[in-house]
Design a protein around this ligand. Structure first.
Ligand code: ATP
Length: 136
């Protein structure tokens, strides 16, 4: 079976949505095989978001991810990488479809960084790389 890294970002934790988000993952039939609350540091985030270094939203993104605790989860299941991204919905919460995590709970409201509640790895290679950063 496949595995992926899911993060409940600081906005999700601060708004008390961790349980609701994890419940959707479990209801879908995926298995939580690792779970912890993490205070990220800059070095981890620089690795995690290496593809975005230098983009206009990079610094606000890092500040946002440093603004409070993050819930990191290892999630397993058949097709979970694409499956979780489908549960999460489009990156921009203003256009994410109803029924998705971001569509139902996400906010954007013209902020410098999209506070879109969750992250999910986008490929098996990213999943392994990111699990190394968050779970060592
Ligand atoms: P997805 O892959 O579904 O887009 P993601 O979380 O992997 O979700 P990335 O494109 O990797 O999205 O971007 C990382 C994060 O940076 C986003 O989740 C969002 O918080 C923020 N972000 C991305 N693009 C923008 C943008 N144009 N403006 C503001 N914030 C952005």
């Amino acid at each position: 079976t496949e595995r992926t890294l899911v993060l409940v970002k600081p906005d999700g934790v601060a708004r008390g949505l961790t349980g609701a988000i994890l419940a959707r993952i479990e209801a879908k039939g995926y298995t939580l095989t690792g779970l912890k609350l993490v205070d990220a540091d800059r070095a981890m985030l620089e690795q995690h978001y290496e593809e975005h270094v230098g983009k206009p939203f990079y610094e606000p993104l890092v500040e946002f991810m440093l603004s409070g605790p993050i819930v990191a989860a290892t999630v397993e299941g058949q097709g979970v990488i694409a499956g979780f991204r489908s549960l999460a919905g489009a990156t921009d919460p203003t256009t994410a479809a109803p029924g998705t995590i971001r569509g139902d709970f996400g906010r954007d409201w013209g902020l410098k960084v999209q506070q879109n509640l969750v992250h999910g790895s986008d490929s098996p290679e990213s999943a392994e790389r990111e699990l190394g950063i968050w779970f060592g």
